[in-house]
Design a protein around this ligand. Sequence first.
Ligand code: 1PR
Length: 566
Amino acid sequence: MSKEVLYIIDVESGNLQSLQNAIEHLGCEIKYLKDGFELQKLVSQKKQMKLILPGVGNYGHFVKQLYNKNFRKPILEYIELGNPLFGICVGLQALFKSSSEDEYQSAGLDFVSDTSLTKFDSSSKSVPQIGWNHIDSLVSSEGMYGLDLDKKFYFVHSYAAILADAEIETLRKKGYDLALGKYGEEKFIAAVSKGNVFATQFHPEKSGIAGINLLREFLNGNKNSGKLEHPMAKKVDANLKTLNGLTYRIIACLDVRSNDQGDLVVTKGDQYDVREKDSENKIRNLGKPVKLAEKYYLQGADEVTFLNITSFKNSPLQDLPMLEVLKEASKTVFVPLTVGGGIKDFVQPSGEVISSLHVAELYFKSGADKVSIGSDAVYTVEKYFINGEKATGDSPIELISKSYGVQAVVISVDPRRKYVKSPSDAINSLGKPIKTFKTKFSGPNSEEYVYYEVSMKGGREFSAIIGAYELVTIAEKLGAGEILLNCIDKDGSNSGFDLELVDFIKKSVRIPVIASSGAGKPEHFLEVFEATGVDAALGAGMFHRGEYEVNDVKQYLNKHGYSVRM
Ligand code: 1PR
């Protein structure tokens, strides 16, 4: 029997590979529609079909692409004919009238009439909203493909249909069914449905089993499946601590490199030294990247991060194994995947320049949701200061975030503690101060202040111009959407996170921060969340050595009153 075909509108926006994988996992075939004429032809044939409108990144860019590729009219005709459509993330946003993200206020499809999108307020919470949130209430007379108030879904966005109660009521009267989410005090549309159109602000293909089930019900046409909550049903999760509604994220990290035999392996360092300390001095081999990623997904990891830790030695062509790793991992791992290592402009031996944007694009097309930039972020911010505090406009951070959205750009920071007697001793090579703070743990010579040097090439070189504060604040300004905060002193130590560092950086930026380096037991995760309010925490060695499973950490946090995705 031939498989059912599902059509996906492809305007080259981000990671469609994961969506394809999720749908293939459910036994369907997918066909991409590259322009509106292809859709128009199907619509004219009055073909019975199902359509997905996925999108990531910038709203203005996305709706312009829909327009330029002649999708606008056939999509509206398709909807008018009553055919099933599933919008995802910016695909949902495009169904609205306009968004304040787009300075030209480009017209969306206006399916959700007279309603526009605005930015979340970042004065009291991290923006973008990145993480797992739940549906706070359903204002719905019909089912929404079994959308479940008890489950968590993966959201990643800065703009949303943020509505007051009166606006919700107006949409209800116009016949829209709504699932409402809450980020902080802001109520926003997490899913909307009318007739055969259904759209989610979250990514079902990245929402683990809960998201896969939703896609399955859509494919089966079971709109009223599952229990329908009564109108205005409200989920109360009041007893657990959340981050403005988001669960505390636990991330598993895989440092990947070739071993001495040339096999790609997951390794793990102590203060970034990944060789065994015995006489053979081999690269520590902790397993295969794809297998371990699957294992951590099944253990409940909220995200998986792959870092190619020797990218600076290789050409992107030799990087291809990491592309393969992503392609394979995204077939079975339905949570967000981040890839780092070698995200930069690259000059081939032939002299051909491959732009960072192109390198990033290759990773997104292979199944990555975010790219993480390490060394090149340091060079970019150094340049910013050398240029008299002016952006060049062409750095990887700026280029990738403009095309794929800020949520797709993570900055991986590799800092090391540096003690000074007084703030005036922390002066960079340009004669300017580097930001310090007074430490609770004074240095070997009773120094009372510290700053954090930042490194390139995984701890092999250190910046003489910027410290960790300068790196993260300027990277945020240039378009970074998240900080992955490692710590060379703590890496592999099992002694807990550097709480002072995490607190210092968390207070310096508005974007989410992931604490990394030093986790050795579940208590360390509780400690870092309690002490710093950081958005997510990452573990590596303790999971690789099998001392704890990701789920052990989550159960421990849950027991101590923290909301996690179980
Ligand atoms: O500079 O853009 O090519 O990116 C290189 C990437 O590789 C950076 O993200 C950098 O952090 C990483 N990297 C480079 N060398 C090493 C190394 O270990 N020799 N790994 C390295 C960094 C830190 C974390 C680790 C945590 C948690 N490793 O990835 O997972 O410290 O470990 P723990 O829980 O066991 O303590 P570019």
